[in-house]
Ligand binder design. Sequence first.
Ligand code: PRP
Length: 214
Amino acid sequence: MRYITIALAKGRLAFNSLEILEKIGISCEEIKDKTSRKLIFINEELKLKFFLAKATDVPTYVEYGAADIGIVGKDTILEEGRKMFEVVDLGLGKCRICVAGPASAKELLQHGELIRVATKYPNIAKDYFYNKKHQTVEIIKLNGSIELAPIVGLSEVIVDIVETGSTLRENGLEVLEEICNISARMVVNEVSMKMEHERITKIIKDLKEAVLQK
Ligand code: PRP
């Protein structure tokens, strides 16, 4: 039997994903050691390999088949636009992708003005403004602390993740428009789905049941 490889998005999501996997009998004790710098972990009994990757790279590993399965946020899936099957909504890390900014920017959105949009998600922002709103905007790619952009005058609005809303509130910003809801998803390589059909569909079925029982 060959190994099935599972790519997990490094960080909190990896630990939450492992908790759900444990519920369906898939465990990997070694991976939980936060002091370890190891990247690959093996469960010899189940013939499973796990690795931790940067979230934005998980879809890349899965599309190329370097991982058969991945667990990653829907935001990353949408942004990366990779070819793969999205099979289970794990209901973890629920939040929204929103257009946010100072209340005064609401008007700019309503009148379809040429505005600057700062974001970690240029593809999601482009799709929203160009294809859904038909508004021409200038997208400015940032890598973190996106809320800074409208405060220091880099952009009029941002497209970012809102979970509790406290980062916006504490910086005098608010949600202006909602783009979509997101949560963690299990994704599968298209070839692996055929080659390892039995083992992978069993994991999908068990995971769906575990999610329902949550
Ligand atoms: C995310 C996101 C917001 C914040 C939203 O940032 O980009 O800044 O969390 O959460 P809240 O609505 O609960 O306040 P993250 O912590 O991932 O860091 P980043 O600034 O590096 O993107």
